[in-house]
Design a protein around this ligand. Structure first.
Ligand SMILES: CC(=O)SCCNC(=O)CCNC(=O)[C@H](O)C(C)(C)COP(=O)(O)OP(=O)(O)OC[C@H]1O[C@@H](n2cnc3c(N)ncnc32)[C@H](O)[C@@H]1OP(=O)(O)O
Ligand SMILES: O=CC(=O)O
Ligand SMILES: [Mg+2]
Length: 326
């Protein structure tokens, strides 16, 4: 039997189905993979054309910090034309996303008008530098004013200031409540580490230990609200070893993906946020053994010298859910 066939048989089992249901809060975050979220400056047609030829989970056409102040209008016009042509087709589905300018920039409302009144709208909108609930209220009002499509848009919210970091649970709560009367839903939090460093008055080191608390807090709150968590960008885009190390670190912390700025970063990052063969085999074995032991009335058992019970089985199930989501 092939490996994937055996995975299907495992999850058809009714006991495990119940466990998956009970575990829904954890598995909810996998609904749309965003292992690598690649920025493309919205005013750069050459890079935009290139982006759609790359096998990447999420393409973010940028209006914000990747675009110079005197090129914002060019970015708006370029992306508007793309939207009029509809979502470019790629061999597999992907998240077609736009990062708009922040509410305090004064550009946010006009960005949204350009995007939401087009013939087609993106799958996701990324809202940077969210600080307080009033920023989300402003965003909601603008979406309600301009959005005439039936589609529901994913909101990806940046947490990149000290104020946002301390307001985080309240921000998530209020955003989820506001989305009930609008056509967006909060799907993801992004750790905007570089703006965060600027905001708290530091320069990031390679190890990034100075922002460890914030990096971990974001994952914790995201998971509490059933959201995806996207890790920081690695700006030394020619250092592939460093990127691999930082990506693995983020995946271990519970991040579900990472921001990337260059096509060469994509395969390294997408790999890091997928379980490897060894982890998949371990997870499959644990689930099978768990099921057998449940049948014979044993909740805890020995598997390769390690005690396995329900929490470990759930961890194994998370691995399998992730494999099946991509
Ligand atoms: C903290 C934050 O907010 S991060 C988000 C904001 N920043 C960004 O969006 C930056 C995005 N990245 C870039 O602009 C570029 O990758 C840079 C400036 C870092 C380097 O650019 P270059 O010097 O052109 O890189 P390089 O020469 O290695 O590029 C190789 C090829 O990949 C293309 N490419 C590079 N970056 C991208 C990208 N982000 N998306 C699509 N294609 C890209 C180049 O156009 C080039 O293609 P070509 O050979 O057909 O001309
Ligand atoms: O927007 C991203 C950041 O790191 O800042
Ligand atoms: Mg930022």
């Amino acid at each position: 039997m092939t490996f994937h066939k055996s995975l299907c048989l495992i999850t058809k089992n009714s006991l495990l189905q119940r466990i998956i249901k009970e575990n829904i809060q954890i598995s909810k975050r996998w609904y749309l993979p965003r292992r690598a979220l690649m920025y493309v400056p919205g005013d750069d047609t050459r890079k935009l054309n290139k982006a759609f030829k790359i096998d990447v989970d999420c393409i973010v056409m940028d209006f914000e910090d990747g675009v110079a102040a005197n090129r914002k209008e060019v970015a708006r016009n370029t992306i508007r034309k793309l939207l009029e042509n509809g979502k470019p087709v790629k061999p597999r589905n992907y998240d077609w996303a736009i990062r708009i300018n922040s509410v305090p920039s004064g550009l946010c409302k006009d960005d949204l008008e350009v995007i939401l009144t087009a013939d087609s709208v993106p799958d996701s909108i990324l809202l940077p530098k969210v600080d307080t609930v009033s920023d989300i209220q402003y965003f909601t009002d603008a979406v309600n004013l301009y959005m005439k499509h039936d589609k529901q848009i994913n909101l990806i919210m940046y947490i990149e200031t000290a104020m946002a970091m301390i307001n985080l649970p309240e921000l998530c709560n209020s955003t989820i409540n506001l989305s009930k009367s609008s056509k967006f839903r909060l799907s993801t939090l992004i750790f905007g580490s570089d703006d965060f460093c600027a905001n708290i008055g530091i320069t990031r080191t390679n190890e990034s230990t100075e922002i460890l608390y914030a990096r971990q807090k974001l994952v914790l709150v995201a998971k509490a609200y059933g959201l995806q968590a996207i890790d920081m960008v690695y700006i030394m885009y020619k250092d592939f070893e460093g990127l691999k190390k930082q990506s693995a670190e983020g995946a271990r912390m519970g991040y579900t993906g990472k921001q990337v700025i260059h096509p060469a970063q994509v395969p390294i990052v997408q790999d890091a946020f997928m379980p490897n063969q060894k982890q998949i085999e371990w997870a499959t074995g644990v689930i099978k053994a768990f099921e057998e032991h449940q049948k014979s009335g044993k909740g805890a058992f020995n598997y390769d010298g390690v005690m396995i019970d329900m929490p470990t089985m759930k961890q194994a199930q998370n691995i399998i859910n992730l494999v099946k989501s991509v």
